[in-house]
Design a protein around this ligand. Sequence first.
Ligand SMILES: [Zn+2]
Ligand SMILES: [Zn+2]
Length: 702
Amino acid sequence: MRYLPVFGILLATLFAPAARAQPASMPHNVVLFVADGLRARMVDDSTAPTMAAIARDGVNLRNGHALFPTFTTANASAMATGHMLGDTGDFSNTIYTGFEVPGAGKSMTPFLESDPVLGDVDEHFGGNYLNEATILKLAREKGYSTATIGKLGPALVFDPTERSGNETIVVDDSTGSARGIPLASDVIERLKAASLPLAAPPRGVNAAAGNMSIPGTSSANAIQQDYFASVATRVVLPAFKTRNKPFVLVFWSRDPDGTQHNQGDSLNELVPGINGPTSLAAIRNADDDLARIRSALDELGLLDTTDMIVTADHGFSTISKESSTSATVKMKFADVLEGHLPVGFVALDLAQALNLPLLDPDDGYRSIGEGRHPRLGNGLVGGDRSNPKIVVAANGGSDLIYIPDGDKDMAGRVVDALLAQDYVSGIFVDAKLGRFRGTLTLDDVALAGTAVTPMPAIAVSFRSFDTVCGEPVRCTVEVADTGLQQGQGMHGSFSRADTWNFMAMQGPDFKSHFVDPAPASNADLGRTIAQLMALDVHDKGKLIGRVLAEALPNGAIPPVKSRVLTSEPAPNGLATMIDLQTVGDTRYFDAAGFQGRTVGLSATSLAPATQWMRRGPSAAKAALQDPCAPPRIGPNGCTASRPGHTAVARLAARHENCHCAIGRRYGMRELGTKGSAISQAAQPRCRVHAGRAHRACAPGDA
Ligand SMILES: [Zn+2]
Ligand SMILES: [Zn+2]
């Protein structure tokens, strides 16, 4: 459901307890704490006790959703504006801009986690590349105090057009350097008084990513985040207290993301992957920062008047660099383990399939020859520097492909090339380029809107599987277009492991001890904060999140519908599917991809079964009995393992007391209102009897 701004204020009034001032006149403060890359199912009293307590005592948004592509700046743009990515134009961390970006060394495929790059794209795209006002801009225009602290890139996305430092306080990795946003004089005075440096420290050993023979880091991002947490608790919150106005503070914790990417616990091995001790220390590091912020609010007497919203921009997966179809695994590269995919494999494979030359936008537009891969994975294929035929923006668990001249025939050739690769799972094409069998459209995943940045022609998600730890979303592995190694961490895919972020809220405007079974997304958070602060929102685009009204006092749980969208199958049988939930007009994408190649995708449920039926009853029966079909993961984390149990999964999604069996039992126990088990799903045979056999089944199983 969507609320117009006026109605939003009305709702805020309706939901405000009678004894308190109305939000429209005096809103409470908001702290948005983002634990970058924190998977929903990794939070408990031992890994992250502060977050676990907020979810338990406040609102547990257990059906959370990151937006696809499941990357950082993209999801930051959704939180910041309340819009989905088709409107914000922040389609991924690395996008094609159509111009040579000065702050990115003249690359046309800049990595957006950079203050200079965000300034350049703002300037190029009419002063605001997001094309929608952010909650921090709207809040400061209302006279509230605003600050955004933490990870370079997403921190500034919350107010990218305010680069003076005088209105919104911006403290990120670049603070104190020529590339950073300046500090206002009163902030400098407070930093000095607190004996804190005027420049942010680097990540140090946490930044060590290792290489194909040297493991990456074994340290969380402790030193740098200690600085950010100190600035938040000893400088910014005390300053806000003195100002005595409502405030919005965004704190973006790089952990666990940066550590899960770089960790050296698992070099070239899939286990423990991102579940090793270094990654767990990073989760705890983020939790410790949150605890410090809560304590500071408490000491300043602000806790009772502050709404705490905790989210993650996306989930996470362990990296696989294996493929049996990519030509690149037979090539030799100095920095890639033999037989592994190099960064840039999509650009290299497409250049080969199309028989066109490849230029590297991140290496002076040099031509890429034998034994070399694009430096950062991005590539201009065909044409020349100013007029490429296609552009690959490499990101990790998914890539973006642009066709600047809108050549429909080229789009078809790219789709055909992608359909031939075992690492692909899910292809989404700009509907203006035509309809292609095996694919769905960018519109189907909310990537077609009013964005002012160039719209991708194709978003391609990569294959995922799990290592059989008992709960697939906790041990998902994905093929990733990255310079990192197998066994390190990545995100960006359309698996449930990457879309399922941790989300919880607690504060004076929220219910207590409330488990919210309805789907929620990062765009919803932007929308909900706008309502809590009674901001004057004027939307340009229509891809809008919803206010999480059910989490507010007296709010009712909205009706939720689930459905599966399936494309026409390609000639080789592959079909892109999406599992989605809807609340009114608002869509939530659980998982998408090809059957058998994406963790969390409903395997052989009704829609594809219908499709198999078209190929004959025996094919349908075979599909339904396929023991290697991945389990369906319900939005609440329960696993319904077999097609016949899809209905059970759906039913369970409406129950809050559903328990997932961990360990050898993959079945699902569902408790009725009286606490008795009312159904039990069977285990998939290949998991029980063959252990990791499903991995052998996974490639090409569609
Ligand atoms: Zn992130
Ligand atoms: Zn990341």
